[in-house]
Design a protein. Sequence first.
Length: 322
Amino acid sequence: MKVAVTDYTFDSLDTETAVLTPLGAAVVGRRCKTPAELKELVADADAVITQFAPITADVIGAMTKARVIVRYGIGVDNVDLEAARVRGIPVCNVPAYCIDEVADHTLALILALTRQVVPTCIHLRGGQWSLPAPLESMHALKSLTVGVVGFGRIGREVANRLRAFKSKVVVFDPVVPAAEIERAGCVPAGLDELLRSADVLTLHCPSTPATVRMIDSAALAKMKPGALLINVGRGNLVDTSALIEALQSGRLGGAGLDVCDPEPIPSGSPLLAMGNVVLTPHVASASVPAVSSLRTQVAQTAARALRGESLENVVNGVYRAG
């Protein structure tokens, strides 16, 4: 049996190999850059593991034996779920491996902006013992309303942390009952109401046809002047051009971004030069325990598929390979 790993950012595939080789499977890892490379790799694979590579309908069409496609991570927007469903191939993710890391990273970005941590550090290293930003840009979270879009595992943990800082937390999630949001100590709201009331907007929803570029020029125009935007979800939740325009015009007071559209951020992007933008390179999930858990769970999911067992965390409605 062959397990194809289309791309990975780890030093090796020792964790995956330790789980899968006892089953008689060969783990074949590549860092594929083109559709042709992907199709050649997955053509005879019994299981496919992917990180960021685009697993398009064309790539899925090249699979002749695949019993499962497993994604390193929570989001599955790089996989054509419908194409896999039509072919009878289950697609699985790992929904619970970095919840605390991403929630912590969200708070780090919020605090970096509300306390002007980055520009103050740069100012001080330049020999200036003073506040480099207007006093009005320094905030205590206790005085701010934070809007949370998406109330899944990560959104709830972010809300838990914000409540400890005494923020008012307003939540938009169309699939979570209002009573459940209220029981968590938050205020349920529609998206427009949230946009108009939030001093800080933080995004924790998946990338779907309904959410792609949900934060566009119209949404940004509804936000409070000087509000802050945090995105640790998916880059394409935000219209990047509209975001840049809102930051340049002063409509937004700042942004904290772990993700962007496109990724990596192009070298000439204005975002890279803006003093009111804090950027990290899609690393919110990173920690040794989180990455170890992720890789182990991915390998175990592939192993279950190779053994013909039922699968967990299926995201396209196919629970056994057709």
